[in-house]
Write a protein that binds this ligand. Structure first.
Ligand code: SF4
Ligand code: SF4
Length: 378
């Protein structure tokens, strides 16, 4: 999802073509579950002891062998992620090997381990992009959320070093109760540094919080998340584009295109031209979905991909969503339906409230724009 969001027109065309032919053009490898930070909302991180109880890290040679199989199957875009991928013991050899195979590599990192040496290496052997996650915009937020108070300064330094070495960087982040007051400061980074910043305001429920009422969860309530989303969009788009977006969104909601009320298939890339493989070698359609799953080390890459395509094709979403007038404002998908409701064809209450509130705010924004007023707070 992440890679398509930032894809160029040519990349989008390649991925659309791959989707039609069920070619696994886009994938990610979660190299390890270890991280130097310990963020409250993380669903991947394990301590070394927890990891060792579950298995061992795969070696660079094992991944390079899978890399060859991936290449043969048509993988072109590869995301290396973790945990924190720069903690993977043989990262450089693996990265260079995959790069030599012709893979276009993106790296997801928290940015805190990037020093002069890493920046020089990545400047010399450039990835397509480094995606840096920012968890807040102050020492206090990093201490509270990630239990790593130096994190903010270190991440900013990492971003600066990468830029100095000519590496393409994109900043992403998720808004939660703990960092919501940092939203404007996070968005300011784009203006100050020229690095694109995208803040996600919707978060899937953390497993341990799923049964809790929204006001007890670490993510924002659906209404707060919608307000933050529109505020961020307004800043990202600028006044003219935002006005067009608001007008079109309202039009689509008030005059929805006719559609049939039938259960829908997954519309994203997952399991159609995209996959993820976790640190133990388990392939899944996407990072969030825990199933269908199959080990690439047990059955080989091609057989694993075939299985994922077949199983993903069986997943059906709720018919109500296929005719919903808020569909264009809603973020529901197989993974969110499953995590929010326990089933792929559930209709997530969180999503309906998020989409309804988004429309409500857009109406108010549109009205105020017509009256020459500006509502800038969220
Ligand atoms: S299922 Fe949802 S989370 Fe997974 S890739 Fe598709 S849109 Fe993204
Ligand atoms: S989750 Fe709710 S808002 Fe979203 S498409 Fe389905 S019914 Fe509409």
């Amino acid at each position: 999802m992440e890679q398509l969001e930032a894809a160029t027109t040519v990349e989008r065309m390649l991925l659309e073509q791959a989707k039609r032919t069920r070619t696994p053009a886009n994938g990610s490898i979660e190299l390890l579950p270890l991280c130097n930070m310990n963020c409250d909302m993380c669903y991947v991180r394990l301590s070394r002891e927890e990891m060792e109880r579950q298995g061992r890290l795969r070696t660079a040679d094992e991944w390079l062998d899978i890399g060859k199989q991936m290449k043969k199957a048509g993988v072109l875009f590869l995301l290396l992620t973790g945990g924190e991928p720069f903690l993977y013991p043989d990262f450089r050899r693996l990265y260079l090997g995959l790069r030599e195979m012709g893979m276009i590599i993106t790296i997801n990192t928290n940015g805190t381990l990037i020093d002069e040496e890493w920046a020089e290496f990545l400047g010399k052997y450039k990835p397509r992009r480094v995606n840096v996650t920012l968890y807040g915009a102050s020492r206090e937020t990093y201490a509270k959320l990630c239990h790593y108070s130096d994190g903010y300064e270190r991440t900013l330094k990492g971003i600066r070093l990468l830029r100095e070495h000519g590496v393409d960087v994109k900043v992403g982040g998720s808004l939660t109760r703990a960092n919501k007051d940092d939203l404007d400061k996070l968005l300011d980074i784009e203006q100050e540094s020229g690095v694109p910043v995208r803040i996600d305001t919707y978060m899937m429920p953390a497993t341990r919080e799923r049964e809790m009422p929204y006001n007890m969860q670490s993510r924002l309530s659906p209404e707060e998340a919608a307000r933050a989303r529109i505020h961020a969009l307004k800043r990202e788009m600028g006044p003219e584009l935002f006005a067009q977006y608001a007008q079109q969104s309202i039009m689509k909601a008030d005059h929805p295109a006719p559609a049939q009320e039938v259960p829908g298939h997954m519309a994203c890339m997952a399991g159609q031209c995209s996959f993820t493989v976790n640190w133990q070698g388990e392939m899944r359609p996407c990072v969030i979905l825990s199933g269908p799953a199959v080990s690439v080390f047990d059955v080989g890459f091609e057989a694993a991909w075939k299985y994922i395509v077949e199983e993903t094709g069986r997943i059906l979403l709720n018919a109500k969503c296929s005719v919903c007038h808020l569909r264009h404002l809603c973020r529901t998908c197989a993974a969110s339906a499953l995590l929010e409701t326990g089933s792929y064809d559930g209709v997530p209450d969180y999503m309906c409230r998020y989409a309804e509130e988004s429309l409500e705010i857009l109406r108010k924004e549109w009205e105020s724009l017509q009256n020459g007023k500006d509502i800038s707070d969220w």
